[in-house]
Design a protein around this ligand. Structure first.
Ligand code: PAF
Length: 283
């Protein structure tokens, strides 16, 4: 695996791949890689000839009181995992390589409306930071396809919208959520969960699955279902951010006759904010 810290040298290497007719796959990450990230690399390998993974803990997508400074940085272990997965290129730029004019001066990419709800409501500016850095990374790597995990369901929807709206010639491929044996969705932020809380945090997934079963059983009283799930999570000892039953494509609150529904939730543990989702396709 070739490792690049600078845009120019990565571009030169990828230009040669492109000239040789290779299809380039891209997996953007913030590092602290776990099995779910490696699954994304494997998906990219199935769709493309060469795969680029980026590791960049993007300061622009963290709020002032969020965990940018304590976000786990594990570059040596990440590099070893990507080598073992036979990733071809690793791009790990510095903050100044990505934001040479400073973050305040950075041109922004904004996807309106669908970024105001769910995670966007409690993390103002987060998605603007995500779309801005992903657009930059897309311009740097110029991939044919990029793979994003479904755990960040809203992020995936927002990036799809950005790619469509800005006519970016990139296939966006979703990667399934990878779960621990008890159902907890794998996440870099799971390392913030205390040992005492760990057996209970699966309540988020359980409650979303409970809603899914109710909908599959014919219930359509979405507001009541979401309220019951919020109570279940609160009783398990966590502060709920949101539980919402949404149209999978628009992220609007689900309508009675929607066929494609995603149930999304976010909750706070003592040290972490965890998100999860499950989808239902009816009919
Ligand atoms: O999902 C993530 O890890 C980040 O939001 C991403 C897409 C790498 C952008 O910084």
């Amino acid at each position: 695996m070739q490792v690049f810290h600078h845009i120019q040298s990565l571009r030169e290497a990828l230009q040669q791949e492109r000239q040789a007719g290779k299809r380039i796959g891209f997996v953007p990450t913030m590092g602290n890689l776990h099995d779910a990230h490696i699954e994304l690399v494997k998906i990219a390998q199935r769709h493309c000839d060469v795969v680029v993974t980026s590791i960049f803990v993007n300061p622009l997508q963290f709020g002032l009181n969020e965990d940018w400074d304590k976000y786990p940085r594990t570059l040596a272990a990440d590099t070893a995992r990507l080598e073992a997965a036979q990733c071809d290129y690793l791009f790990c730029p510095s903050d100044t390589e990505i934001y040479p004019n400073g973050m305040a001066e950075q041109t922004r990419v904004i996807v309106p409306t669908m970024t105001d709800v769910l995670c966007g409501a409690s993390r103002p500016g987060h998605f603007e930071g995500v779309t801005t850095v992903v657009a930059k990374l897309f311009n740097i790597v110029q991939p044919d396809a990029a793979v994003f995990g479904t755990k960040d369901f809203q992020q995936l929807a927002v990036i799809r919208r950005m790619v469509e709206d800005l006519c970016m010639p990139i296939d966006i491929i979703p990667g399934d959520i990878v779960r621990e044996t008890d159902g907890l969705a794998m996440s870099s932020r799971n390392s913030y969960i205390t040992l005492e809380e760990r057996p209970r945090v699966v309540q988020l997934h359980r409650s979303l699955n409970w809603i899914k079963a109710q909908i599959e059983g014919g219930r359509r009283d979405f507001a009541a279902l979401a309220e019951t799930a919020r109570e279940q999570i609160t009783e398990a000892g966590f502060r709920v951010d949101y539980v919402s039953i949404c149209n999978s494509h628009t992220l609007d609150l689900a309508a009675h006759d929607d066929q494609s529904i995603t149930i999304l939730g976010a909750m706070y543990t003592r040290g972490a904010r965890l998100i999860d989702n499950v989808s239902v396709v009816l009919g």
